[in-house]
Design a protein around this ligand. Structure first.
Ligand code: NAD
Length: 486
């Protein structure tokens, strides 16, 4: 339904797009222009209950559908996602703001997660041991859980939902998706294309909304498992509340990723890598590099090159091919980031590059240019807190041990990178750093979808991560059979 030119979004339940019962809507903005591009419903618990009921019924047949038939739909889905890749990337730019190159990268990463989920028939296989005792054999079988849910963040509107629902569905579960209310348009397209791929009604349902639906999911008796990706406080709430209601929960949370730059690194490639990891997607990535610890010996040379290259980054609308730094998601987020930049100045960090100058040049969107602080220390807010914006802190260190000790003080432990040409440094770093995902001379150490994705400490609550074998283990339960035949 459209009022004027603004589209009101619907929920998707039992194969139908239906309006939410609630009359509360929230605007969806194009962050580059501040223009309202759609209205998303804040659905009620009644809407959620209806979707769960439908999913529960669909589970009866879907869970008994042969596994290869379930994954065959994913092969058609990959084909459709690939066919529509450019349209999907443009939708991401419109509702998220990131530049077209980053959006295309996200589309590709999303497709790779579906490709990995097509291996479910093999990953779901059980185990057998014929002679576990005299004439006795032991076997393990894996089964879907039932109705499961995914709650996703704004920053990867395509990739994160595709980390979760294809593998959950391939395992035989039926699904409720609650996408971010700030980027709901891409989620709609993901569902539409899944229907076009041949997914039966009721298997995948989409309920728009915010915290009310999240809490409804966490408290719902029928929902067996919840996969959450979002900020740290919400992840902790989702994990504790979901577990208290007897659910299996994986909650991937916020981050503060550190890089260590050693004197034996390739300086130019290191600077390029750090710029891509810190300022790509405007720093709105859970794997964005946020702190660089650089050894004193090369600190001045490194910083000079980093600042001069960062000054050249073009700020603008993500659809403009020259744009590197795109807008932040909302004005409220920009205000929080500006507050953090001010705290850095007040706490005596040295501001080398001030992204606030981009604000006057781009009065309509939520822009902020690349910002770099030097002489940052671990007691400062800009060192401790996730900023989620193109703001980079530099810490000067005397050696690798100091860099590792500092990094390991962080509340978070999602990703960490070392830039070095020494195998000895690389190994020492790998063995001593506390992070779930480690990079050696790469830009962003996000694992490919065949591997599991998850951090440590307050960056992750749960046991099994998303993607890879963990995805299948999370969305299935086991039966052990011990048998003797006379
Ligand atoms: P967010 O926590 O604000 O929102 C995530 C989801 O939770 C949304 O669907 C939202 O509707 C819901 N939500 C928000 N507030 C809630 C509340 N009070 N109660 C219940 N539900 C609530 O996160 P975001 O801003 O959309 O996403 C950015 C965050 O996600 C960053 O912190 C980023 O690091 C993190 N993230 C982590 C990973 C990872 O793999 N660890 C990946 C992507 C993003």
């Amino acid at each position: 339904m459209a009022i004027g030119t603004i589209q009101k979004l619907n929920n998707f339940v039992n194969g139908q797009w239906i309006p939410a019962s609630s009359d509360k809507y929230e605007p969806v903005f194009n962050p580059a222009t501040g223009e309202v591009i759609a209205e998303v419903p804040l659905s009620s618990r009644e809407d959620l209950n209806q979707a769960v009921q439908v999913a529960e019924i669909a589970f009866q047949t879907w869970s008994k559908t042969p596994v290869p038939n379930r994954t065959r739909i994913l092969f058609r889905y990959i084909h459709l996602l690939t066919q529509h890749a450019e349209e999907l990337a443009e939708t991401i730019v419109r509702e998220h703001g990131k530049n077209l190159k980053d959006a295309r990268g996200e589309v590709q990463r999303g497709i790779e997660s579906v490709e990995a989920a097509t291996a479910t028939p093999m990953m779901m296989m059980g185990q057998a041991l014929p002679e576990i005792a005299n004439e006795i054999e032991g076997t393990t079988y894996r089964y879907p859980l039932g109705v499961v849910a995914g709650i996703t963040p704004f920053n990867f509107p395509m990739m994160v939902p595709l980390w979760i629902f294809p593998v959950a569905i391939a395992c035989g579960n039926t699904f409720i998706l609650k996408p971010s209310e700030r980027t709901p348009l891409l989620a709609q397209r993901l569902v539409e294309l899944m229907v076009e791929a041949g997914l039966p009604s009721g298997v995948l349902n989409l309920v728009h909304g915010a915290h009310e639906i999240v809490n409804g999911i966490l408290e719902h008796k029928t929902i067996k498992a919840v996969s959450f990706v979002g900020s740290q406080p919400v992840a902790q709430h989702v994990y504790t509340t979901g577990c208290a209601h007897g659910k299996r929960v994986q909650a991937l949370a916020g981050a503060k990723n550190h890089a260590i730059v050693m004197p034996d690194c390739n300086l130019e490639k290191t600077v390029q890598g750090i710029i891509l990891a810190a300022f790509g997607s405007s720093g709105e990535r859970c794997m964005a590099t946020s702190v660089v610890a650089v050894v004193d010996e090369i600190a001045d040379e490194f910083i000079e090159l980093l600042v001069s290259e960062s000054e050249k980054l073009v700020v603008g609308d993500g659809l403009d091919p020259d744009t590197f730094i795109s807008p932040l998601i909302r004005e409220s987020h920009r205000q929080r980031v500006i507050g953090l930049v001010e705290s850095g100045e007040a706490e005596q960090a040295k501001l080398l590059l001030d992204g606030r100058i981009a604000i006057q040049k781009h009065p309509n969107g939520y822009f902020l240019g690349a910002t770099i602080f030097d002489h940052v220390t671990p007691d400062m807010r800009i060192w401790k807190e996730e900023i989620f914006a193109p703001v980079l802190s530099i810490v000067r260190i005397k050696d690798l041990d100091e860099g590792i000790a500092l990094t390991n003080q962080s509340q978070f432990a999602n990703g960490a990178i070392i830039y070095t040409s020494s195998g000895e440094h690389m190994r020492y770093f790998r063995e001593n750093i506390d992070a779930g995902m480690i990079g050696i001379n790469v830009n962003v150490p996000a694992p490919m979808a065949l591997f599991t994705f998850a951090g440590n400490k307050d960056s992750f609550y749960g046991d099994l991560g998303t993607n890879g074998m963990d995805g299948v283990l999370f969305f299935t339960r086991k039966k052990m059979v011990t048998s003797r035949w006379f």
